[in-house]
Design a protein around this ligand. Sequence first.
Ligand SMILES: [Zn+2]
Length: 598
Amino acid sequence: MNTYPRWSLDTIYPGFSSDAFIDNMNLLQKTCEAVVILAEDAAELSEHPEEFTGWLKDVTGHLNMMNDLYENLEAYAYSRFSVNTQLSEAIDGLNRIHTLALGVKAARVAITNALAMHEVQVQRLCAADRQFESYTFVLQEMIDDRQHLMSPELEALAADLQRSGGSAWGRLQESLSSTASILWHRDSGEYKSVIELRSLAFHHDRAVRKRAWRKELAVWKSLEIPLAAALNGVKGFTLSLDERRSYSSPLDHALKQSRITKKTLDALIGVMEGAAPILRTYLKKKAQLLGVEQLAFYDLFAPVGETGSRWTFDEARAFIIRQFTEFHTPMGEFAERAFDLQWIDAQPDEGKVGGAYCIHFPLVKESRVLCNFDGSFSSVSTVAHELGHAYHGYVMKDLPALRRAYPMTLAETASIFAETIIFQGALSDAPAGARLSMIESYLKDATQTLVDILSRFYFEQELFAQRAERELTAEQLCELMKEAQLRTYGDGLDPEQLHTYMWAVKGHYYDPELAFYNYPYAFGQLFGMGLYSTYRRDGDAFCENYVQLLTDTGSASAEEVASAAGFSIETSEFWQGGVDLLTEYVEEFCILADAHMK
Ligand SMILES: [Zn+2]
């Protein structure tokens, strides 16, 4: 059996009982208290400019320290937990840090109020004093957030009720969906979990895929009452809090969180609507390849063509370093260091979480990547994706915490871009036989991030509109989902074989603090692809711009970040670059598929 590298966390903390870890925990608590005291001081600040400068310097310094400490500690506990979810000291460590998080939250509320109290002076200092200039956007954002805060007492109550109210619905959905199972074969008495059933969507045999889809729908049907109650609960919770916090709608709140304007969202959605028919062409050609009249929902992930070549971890390493270097030498050198310094945990293991992520440790200016390598091209691509995130962290590592917090829309920029580099590289190396399945697999993912995400956006929009009036039954939720899928997949899928319980599947709908956590994926995908098509046009001249763009992602709105790099995301032109790239793939896919069927 293959063994793949494990990461080392020794440079972060030697352990939960180490002096370094305990000291940082204590320091975090003291820093939160100091921030609250600074907020209290604000009421007595005189108009004296020197006094105010000193105060603001203290505020930014303490907020940076508080955020760095919290991120570092939480990242450490989560990393330890995620490679061994049964590890009691990691569970305990996470719980202790999440208790401290209440203090962090209260400190942020207090200081936001204090900054808002001195809005004019803060603005004046940001404009006049160089040491604060780069904080202009983030401080103004905090001041503007003040309009969206209830009183400190109510905010404290809301934070407290979050666990037993808002986020409890998400935990219910998570525990129901992670433990549900159904009898698969009467003879053998074998049961399959929902997760197993969903992974059968990748099976080569259509009969198996169809059976898994039917069984999965039956499981959701049996759980529809508690799941519908949970969804009504979480959306009601969000609506109530958003109203009290003076957001005009949950979408308005989401736009502020993602630092984009409504105009940008409209441009993005418009381009996604334009991309849907292009991807339907791909779906219809895929139906022909599978020899069916029309694709069913359970055919979306069906494999076509030759299965791709297998990769050893060393091959993946060499390939990623080479492709990154070809794009931009410092990015290649960075990847090489990440591999050499044991920053990657690649070995699948019992008790280790599935999927992949990248996490940053600001106090030591390092990152780590967790993945479950299996030798497929897709897992090579995942390593590249996560190293893209790590590179993003690397170019921002010397910035203060307040300027490193980028919005979810820009969070996937570096990762999608890195993935695109790898895909292009692999495609140009690929023998003719492998091209069909490689392009197909790319289009399969793009269909998810563009067409399926669009259906989720429509669904959530309608859900909020109706939930504001009344609670919805499971049947009504299924009906809404069906409409959303018909509207986006159109004639690309058989209308009788959709997946009307997707509202039960996706945990994203159940997060009370992150409504509409769907369009940021499409944003990331098209933004990364749009950047790649700019790179194809401008060549090496693009690289400096790209690094600057990544560096600025936490210091301005998404529009300003993009505009500094030379594009406007409020118009469809930029987004179209990504769609054009996609169209090229669909065209090539159709040609290859026709040749394959001859
Ligand atoms: Zn990512």
